[in-house]
Write a protein of this length. Sequence first.
Lengths: 187, 179
Amino acid sequence: MEPALSNTPSDAELARSIAAASGDSGAEAELCRRFARRAFLYGLRHLGNAAAAEDLAQDALVTVLLALREGKLREADQLASFVLGTCRTLAVAQRRKGQRREALLAREPVQLAAEQLPREVDGERLQGCIEGLGEREKAIVVMTFQQERSAESIADALGLSAGNVRVLRHRTLARLHGCIEHAGDAP
Amino acid sequence: MSHPNSETLAAYWLGELPEAEVLSLEEHLFACERCTKLNARMAALPRALAFAVPPVVTREQAARLQQLDARIQRVVVPPGGHGVADFSSGVPAQLIVLEAAAPGAVSVNITLCARDGTPVRTKEAVPFDAASGEVIVACRDYYVMDETLPRAATFQVEATGPGGERTTRKFDVDHVLPV
């Protein structure tokens, strides 16, 4: 759990503010700001596309806000787990139904700020980072992300085990991640 | 759990993290703003890598790019001809198809020049279609924003034949900046 900064309400304080004064727009806005991107990323990981992830994030925030207003969260310091649990439930339902929940959104629209979405990776910098990789790592990047080959198929091509390919793939992504975070650094 | 490292986040996005670790990682991510920022950047990386193509691509890579993003267009330029790569509508890339640039070649180099012929950047042993001699330049929007590269460009394609003979063909391409 992240400690609250002096001028930033903790999760528990937010939950209590919303429960105590239903419609506390400041606290509700802060809750949306804090959890929109987390919920969006959860949706992106589990539903596989940005549109469905945005839907899930909006639905989750609406559901959480309504629950808080009605005092349904008993342990206020469990707010993050409550939002995550809501996302999990909605993701299961969305996968099962395969349809959007427009009705809920229509009743209680929640705007996702543009800055909540993952920023685009700087393509030119990424290209430079790829150039700095070793030949085997470059091959793994191309085969994984551009040719969409399985770890087993890449393993056959490179004379490695599939397990090795997975480990190398994680390391390579981590190196690229570090490289694009630090302009000018070698990966 | 403590803050995850980048390898753990990579495994998470590739679907290669054990389920129990996924559950505890997500509990942490929902309670940690710092890790949410790192996680967002990792989330964007696989798609960015899918688009991270070299400046000269094969026909297969060109087709795959157009499948990934329908906004990507083709500009076909005949030898000695002229084309316009227009980025004003926000397209992320233009595929500049240099027709019959290297027919019968065994090896191809390409040089990006200013319109007066001053060479700016050379790529050696680039991919080409052996049957048609076609060379495809994948011009990304961020190249166009690079002020060190010429907007009024000439692509100079040097083809080496099986007997070592060399032929050079030129293609003029103007680049229109994103609005």
